[in-house]
Every structure is written in C-alpha cells, then in structure tokens.
Write a protein that binds this ligand. Structure first.
Ligand code: GRF
Length: 221
C-alpha cells in the first residue's frame, strides 16, 4: 500500500485549489488524505467543497483572539489532533506566526500567484499585470517565517497577452495553480523534496526542461 500523506488544508475563500487537490486524490494522481479543512471564515465556499466530498471541516474564526499567536495555537492544536503531517495553505488570508511555522518545520506549503521572488504579498497577479511583465505565473513553496519567500518547489509560467485584463491573466494563472499544487504535494508524499538551504532538490526527476524551447513573448518572427 502506498503511503498517503495526511494533510490539513487552510483556506479563507473559494477553494478552487482545494478542489484541484480533491480531484487529484480522487483520480489517483495524489497520494494524500485530507484530514481536515480549516477556514477562518464561516462563509468560505471552500468549506462547502470539502463537505461535498465528506471531508471534515472546522471554522476557527480569527476574531476574538488576544494575538496572532493565540489564534495560531488553536489552529496548530487542531491540526495536530487530526494527525496532520503537511499543512497546505490554499488561499488562507492570514500571515502565520513564527510559532505556527516552527510547529511544522518544513511541513507547510503555500501557493503564491506570481513568479517568486517577484510580486510577493497580496494580489500578485495584479502587481504583475500593472508592472507590465511579459510572463507571469505561480509558485508553490515551503513556508518560512518571511512572507512568500520560502524554498521554491515548483513554478509555472504563463504569457501575458495583449488583450489581457487583470481578470483574464488571473484566470490563466489559476489554471496552472490547479496543476502544480497537487504535483508539489505528490512530490512531498513520495519523499522526493530535499531542502538544501534556499533550494529544493527534487530527487528522481523523470525528465528535465533542458530540451524545451524557451518561451518568448511577444513571439519571435
Ligand atoms: C489563489 O490565487 C492562490 O494563489 C492564493 O489565493 C488564491 C486562492 O484561490 N494564495 P482559491 O480559494 O484556491 O480559489
């Protein structure tokens, strides 16, 4: 029997990345078991997505806690009580305290809708669109104590097209998020991610991208 890594997914909103993870598990592309989905917001549609698949959910409202760390203690305790090994941040709109990060050392992943280290923080897609980059993308990384800066696991690049709006670009990026996040978790589950300082080495890679043509945008004649 293959090992299924026990994960906990934290979210605050729509949960399309959660859905991509659920779909990958159901399609046997991802050896993981979602032990719990936690939201700080009762109204997060991601909770409904989880319930539709009989996945346990918990709302832990951030309001009414004395400090960020006090809130994080409750969340960490819940995750530990459910036997969560890997914490998956999927649109969880809160910064984690050092206490949280230290409670799951190298066992927290995040997806950021930009090509890190560019455009950290909120609205990575908007930042990229307004800056006028020719390529944008998304990044799955391990979480360290800084914001959106931990060791990078996988990235996907998309072109910015002449008639793009911020919304169409965000959609193109999101479609790639749904491909790379389940993959990053699967690599973790297979024990293939080795953190070496800032870098993540992926052991036993099936292939590499050296043979691929570079992407150029606008295209060369
Ligand atoms: C995504 O854009 C992700 O990159 C960011 O939060 C958003 C979550 O979207 N961290 P969803 O709730 O998974 O649809």
């Amino acid at each position: 029997m293959k090992r299924h890594v026990p994960i906990g997914v934290l979210l605050s909103g729509g949960g399309t990345n959660l859905q991509a993870i659920i779909d990958a598990i159901e399609q046997d592309r991802l050896d993981a078991e979602i032990r719990t989905v936690v939201s700080n917001r009762e109204s997060a549609y991601g909770l409904t997505r989880a319930r539709n698949h009989d996945i346990p959910t918990t709302v832990i409202d951030h309001r009414g806690h004395a400090s960020r760390e006090a809130y994080d203690q409750v969340v960490v305790e819940h995750l530990q009580s459910q036997g969560v090994e890997l914490v998956v941040l999927a649109g969880f709109m809160r910064l984690l305290s050092p206490y949280f990060v230290q409670s799951f050392p190298n066992r927290i992943m995040n997806i950021h809708p930009a090509l890190s280290p560019a455009f950290a923080g909120l609205h990575g897609q908007r930042q990229a669109f307004e800056y006028g980059v020719r390529f944008a993308g998304c990044t799955v990384h391990f979480v360290s104590e800084g914001c959106d800066e931990g060791p990078i696991i996988i990235q996907a690049v998309v072109p910015v097209l002449p008639d793009d709006t911020e919304e169409t670009l965000a959609q193109r990026i999101l479609a790639q998020e749904h491909r790379i996040y389940p993959r990053a978790i699967q690599l973790y589950s297979e024990g293939r991610l080795v953190i070496e300082g800032r870098k993540v080495r992926v052991t036993g890679e099936d292939g590499d991208t050296r043979g691929e043509t570079a992407l150029v945008n606008p295209p060369l004649p």
